[in-house]
Design a protein around this ligand. Structure first.
Ligand code: ADP
Ligand code: ZN
Length: 616
């Protein structure tokens, strides 16, 4: 692997970058690694930037494009996002355009003309435009224009080790020879080293600056629940986020339809999204979500690649995903604007058995798939800091002792008294069942269920029958998950896994070891503590004023046929409702307001502020 980029902590950043950031975007600071990534482009040194979703990757190629001579070509697989990105750029006064199959002939000619005339700083294209049949025409136009660099977004699509392999990306490699002296810059949110080195190889990056950021998303609050309590807990989540944007992921179309209907009954503006819907319906639902005409989208994993709504305040998983990579990717769609957002996972062991069946049936089962799935299952059952757990999974160390943003660190899990005795009851039931049965049977026996299966096997005569009759299924299964996670129990066999004691488990049963067990707070109770950051971010914000400004934003967005976040991010609206600027100068001082936007939108927002303040 090439050497990492030199340490820049001791030098001052390129003043041209500082100026562009402030003037065009209204940002006064770089996010981690942004400066390094931008400087690599300014120097024309190949680079790979790995940052989580919301880490600010797009700015890394946008800002340098305004400084370097020539054109920055952005390759992106997401046609639906190009328009939004370009609208945002144009809104900030940047000469940008996109070129893909969605353009009509007249629009296409307009872009071609601007390209040849050298009027563009940034051009977004789909990989198909640059490679394969029919690309030659366009490539000749690029030859004739002064291309300064290529930025390859979602670069993990080039790797078959990634979760979103797109064969057409493989055709990008040969571009290197065609454009000698033009630097290549890759961007991805996929953390695994294998994918990283594959990107470097496939794009033939030379002496590249490899910039890998932290994958922690401190503004995301993670919570995990057993699905037994789905309805009351989901309602709570929706109440906490009334009128705010959210995504609910389901593992099946049937569940999507069921939940979407139920949300409708609850009075939530929600729509379904899955592959079984007609193309037109699906696109319309996505569009409605993007434009904030609805609040919640209930979807299968098919949803998300083309979604750029930055103010998604919650992501719920109504079932466990098949890997931590998927979980990270999907929860990553929350809080891209940096404001607090919540990620709630509801799971049941049935989810994992379901994935095993499905992956087998589709021929995707392998040791690799199994280990990904097991890691996800351990994450769900874990009773430790979720931020730490996620980071450690991706090979990072986590320094903070309490994140303040997960169910564990917020003290939402209750320590169970007499945990050893409870554990011993469970372990001895496993032993009485000869260590030959699955979790379901252990639970049935402990709870004293008289069903046909239990009675038929004579398990109602075991001494552990009904020993924990008063404990709910969800709670009991939670304890078993924890005993598995702590290494007192283990599971073997894939399809119908059985539970067995480990040597640690045997010691615990004999009373030679200690253990702790936790349980979820009961649904009715209030959370003990709230994330400090979640409170802070509304501190000083007049909520009614915020809503009034949000309404104005929606009006403008409708008029201009762009999604609301292209006008202003939520963070800017909150700042407006907090600081109530009275002049353009005061407005410009807010983070996220550049000169073009202040001139273009400032008067409208200042006027609305004034009207509101006079009326109140
Ligand atoms: P990614 O492409 O990595 O998912 P984005 O480029 O969409 O991330 O950026 C995420 C958010 O961070 C956007 O709302 C963007 O405006 C904001 N952002 C980017 N750079 C900065 C910065 N230097 N200061 C403040 N906010 C920033
Ligand atoms: Zn934590």
């Amino acid at each position: 692997m090439p050497t990492p980029h030199s340490d820049s902590a001791t030098t001052t950043p390129d003043p041209r970058l500082v100026e562009v950031l402030e003037k065009v975007w209204g940002f006064r600071e770089f996010l981690p690694l942004q400066r390094e990534a931008m400087e690599a482009i300014l120097e024309g040194r190949d680079s790979l930037l790995v940052l989580p979703t919301g880490g600010g990757k797009s700015l890394c190629y946008q800002a340098p494009a305004l400084i370097r001579d020539g054109l920055g070509v952005v390759v992106s697989p997401l046609i639906s996002l190009m328009k939004d990105q370009v609208d945002s750029l144009v809104g900030n006064g940047v000469a940008a355009a996109y070129y893909n199959s969605s353009l009509d002939p007249a629009e296409r000619r307009r872009v071609e003309k601007a390209l040849v005339a050298g009027q563009l700083r940034l051009l977004y294209v789909s990989p198909e435009r640059l490679a394969g049949a029919g690309a030659e025409d366009f490539l000749r136009r690029l030859d004739a224009s002064d291309v300064a660099f290529f930025a390859v977004d979602e670069a993990h699509c080039i790797s078959q080790w990634g979760h979103a392999f797109r064969p057409e990306f493989r055709l990008l490699g040969p571009l290197r020879q065609r454009f000698p002296g033009v630097s290549f810059h890759a961007f991805t949110a996929t953390a695994t080293p294998r994918v990283r080195s594959d990107i470097v190889d496939q794009l033939a990056l030379e002496d590249a600056a490899i910039l890998v950021g932290s994958f922690d998303r401190p503004n995301l609050v993670y919570r995990v629940f057993r699905r037994a309590d789905l309805a009351p807990r989901l309602r709570k989540v929706l109440e906490r986020h009334r009128g705010e944007g959210g995504i609910i992921y389901c593992n099946s179309r049937k569940q999507v339809e069921k939940l979407a209907t139920r949300l409708g009954d609850w009075g939530v503006r929600a729509r379904p999204y899955h592959a079984g819907l007609a193309d037109g319906v699906r696109a319309a639902n996505q569009e409605a979500f993007s434009r904030e005409e609805i609040d919640v989208i209930v979807a299968t994993v098919a949803f998300g690649m083309g979604i750029d709504r930055s103010n998604v305040r919650f992501v719920v998983h109504a079932g466990a995903p098949r890997s931590i990579e998927h979980y990270q990717q999907e929860t990553g769609r929350a809080g891209r604007d940096g404001l607090p957002a919540e990620c709630v996972l509801f799971y049941s062991p049935a989810d994992f058995a379901g994935w095993r069946r499905l992956l087998r049936a589709s021929g995707e089962w392998s040791d690799h798939a199994a280990s990904l799935l097991n890691a996800m299952q351990r994450f769900a059952a874990a009773t430790r800091c979720r931020h730490r757990r996620l980071l450690e999974y991706f090979g990072e160390t986590y320094d903070s002792s309490a994140c303040g943003a997960c169910d564990w660190c917020l003290g939402e899990l209750e320590l169970v008294g007499e945990a050893v005795i409870l554990a011993q009851k469970i372990l001895s039931c496993v032993v009485r069942l000869d260590q030959r049965w699955g979790i379901g049977r252990v639970v049935d026996v402990l709870r004293g269920r008289n069903n046909e299966k239990v009675v038929g096997s004579g398990h109602d005569r075991l001494s552990t029958f009904g020993l924990l009759a008063e404990v709910s299924v969800g709670e009991l299964r939670g304890y078993i998950d924890q005993l598995l996670d702590e290494g007192f129990l283990r599971q073997s066999g894939d399809e119908y896994p059985i539970v067995q004691l480990t040597s640690h488990g045997a010691e615990l049963l004999r009373g030679n070891l200690e253990c702790r067990l936790y349980r979820q707070e009961q649904p009715r109770k209030q959370p003990k503590r709230r994330a400090a950051s979640a409170i802070e971010d509304w501190a000083g914000v007049d909520r009614d004023l915020f809503e009034a400004l949000r309404e104005l934003r929606l009006e403008i967005a409708r008029e201009r046929a762009v999604p609301p976040y292209v006008i202003f991010h939520d963070s800017v609206l909150r700042d407006l409702a907090r600081h109530r600027p009275q002049s353009l100068t005061e407005l410009l001082a807010l983070r996220g307001v550049g000169e073009k936007k202040a001139a273009d939108l400032g008067p409208l927002f200042l006027q609305r502020l004034e009207t509101y303040l006079q009326a109140s």
